[in-house]
Design a protein around this ligand. Structure first.
Ligand code: SME
Length: 229
């Protein structure tokens, strides 16, 4: 089930790249090689990245772009990096039964509001928070210690933290220099204890309204059911 979903996501990304004559090769034992690689061909830009989640090495991604690409090669490389981390999170999840729904929920959430530039869901795994799914730029904080960051504080305090300006908050762990506001909403079990959280970053100061916070708390309730199944 999860493998079929991963292939589907991979096909979607490869189709997007084909539109600009780029190709992607993924080396991972579970995923089939998706396109023919042309290593060393003239007039191409090649970018390779390892497919990693936390300390797990899951293979690699290889992107081949025509050097006359109509789009900015850096922007496409950034997309590949984000996609690579999304795949790595799905490939290494210890909770495959809810992984697809969480991934789709983050996709929907990120499309629901133009100010939601990064949307992710973390799960509590012992003393750590592990990124289960996200949309937006690749983050260096795929795993966060419960004692660190705004993400850690929201879990420790078991309450929503709406940070109007992250530059004013010394707890903030930076993932993207464009981020100005962040909201973290705990996801709780039936006993009211946190089991994870929704994290949203925005490029706008004070991005999150009271009605949006209310909706996000409702979403946290729905995600809780998925995460507990
Ligand atoms: N900013 C968060 C870290 C996660 S990234 O935003 C994706 C924090 O301060 O905990």
């Amino acid at each position: 089930m999860l493998d079929a979903y991963l292939s589907q996501r991979l096909d979607g990304f490869v189709k997007q790249l084909q539109a600009i004559s780029a190709t992607l090769v993924v080396f991972n034992p579970r995923l089939e090689i998706s396109a023919a690689m042309r290593p060393g061909a003239p007039n191409v830009i090649e970018r390779s990245r390892s497919l990693r989640f936390a300390d797990k090495d899951l293979g690699s991604l290889h992107l081949v772009l025509p050097s006359k690409t109509p789009h900015n090669a850096e922007a496409i490389t950034e997309q590949m990096e984000a996609f690579s981390l999304q795949l790595a999170a799905l490939l290494s999840t210890p909770h495959p039964s809810s992984a697809i729904e969480l991934d789709q929920a983050m996709d929907k959430l990120s499309r629901s509001n133009a100010r939601f530039h990064w949307c992710g869901v973390y799960r509590i795994e012992g003393e750590k928070l592990a990124l289960a799914a996200f949309r937006g730029a690749a983050t260096p904080h795929a795993v966060i210690d419960r004692n660190h960051g705004i993400c850690g504080a929201a879990v420790r305090e078991n309450r929503t933290l709406n940070i109007a300006d992250v530059n004013e908050d010394p707890r903030y762990l930076s993932c993207d220099i464009r981020t100005r506001a962040e909201v973290v909403v705990p996801i709780r079990n039936q006993a009211g204890e946190p089991i994870g959280e929704i994290d949203i970053d925005s490029h706008s100061v004070g991005a999150f309204s009271p009605s949006e916070l209310f909706e996000l708390e409702e979403l946290a309730g729905e995600l809780s059911k998925l995460m507990l199944k």
